[in-house]
Design a protein around this ligand. Structure first.
Ligand SMILES: [Zn+2]
Ligand SMILES: [Zn+2]
Length: 249
């Protein structure tokens, strides 16, 4: 599996970090995890045809994770050169169906390409072409989800936005790669519904992933060396998320 980080930032404008978006490639599937603003043009930047995306799984419906859904869908309607031919699946937690219906009410058919499917996930697992995905609730907002994607005998876990969460730890046990948020630079500035570096360390030490990408970094995190703090307190290999960073497992 190959992960490409399309947006390692948050809702705060940052010249180096776009809003949340992650591309996962398995031999037969192209999957987006979240679709924050800028995700669609970043696909183009790395040479991925946006018409080839099979699934988008949303961790939750905050604008920094969903802002590029409308531009993405609108682009799929542009058929001057090439048409989207395969089905597209959109998935989110509780409330996703109403969210998408509201977008449809606002934008009408402009955002409904041929072969579009959408549905809500309440947790549990599903099998698709060549991967399995498991969703579990996290402590960010009522409908927030973390995901585990398994393919080729390996797994990747994406925390989405979350506070310290037993369900995330259980999902991440012994995973090859954990993509985990770290919202602010120290435990004093803790923002409810997000992880501090101390809680990231605790989550890693309890779940023992082999490799970790720390992401969803606010500008304050770049001012202090959050990654080094985490790295020096865990056994796993720790990478700082950067837009367009590729990680293969
Ligand atoms: Zn966020
Ligand atoms: Zn959020």
């Amino acid at each position: 599996m190959k992960l490409t980080i399309l947006g390692s930032g948050t809702c705060i404008p940052n010249s180096k970090r776009g809003s949340s978006g992650y591309l996962l490639e398995t031999p037969k599937s192209k999957i987006l995890l979240d679709c924050g603003s800028g995700t669609t043009w970043k696909l183009e930047k790395i040479g991925i045809d946006y018409l080839e995306i099979d699934h988008i799984f949303f961790s939750h419906l905050h604008p920094d994770h969903t802002g590029d859904l409308v531009p993405f869908l609108f682009a799929t309607k542009y058929s001057h050169i090439k048409k989207r031919e395969k089905p597209l699946f959109l998935w989110g937690g509780k409330g996703f169906n109403n969210f998408f219906k509201a977008l449809k009410k606002a934008y009408g058919n402009w955002i409904v390409p041929v072969g579009l499917n959408f549905d809500e996930l309440k947790g549990g697992s599903g099998h698709f072409q060549d991967f399995k995905i498991t969703a579990t609730k996290t402590r960010h907002i009522e409908s927030s989800l973390a995901y585990k994607i398994e393919a080729e005998g390996k797994s990747i876990v994406y925390s989405g936005d979350t506070d310290y969460s037993e369900s995330l730890i259980n999902l991440s046990v012994n995973t090859e790669l954990l993509i985990i948020e770290c919202a602010l630079p120290n435990d004093i500035s803790k923002m409810s519904g997000h992880l501090t570096p101390g809680e990231v360390i605790k989550t890693i030490n309890e779940s023992k992933p082999k490799k970790v990408v720390v992401t969803h970094l606010y500008p304050e995190c770049d001012e202090e060396n959050v990654i080094e703090t985490i790295r020096s307190n865990v056994d796993a290999q720790v990478l700082e998320a950067q837009d367009l960073l590729e990680v293969s497992i």
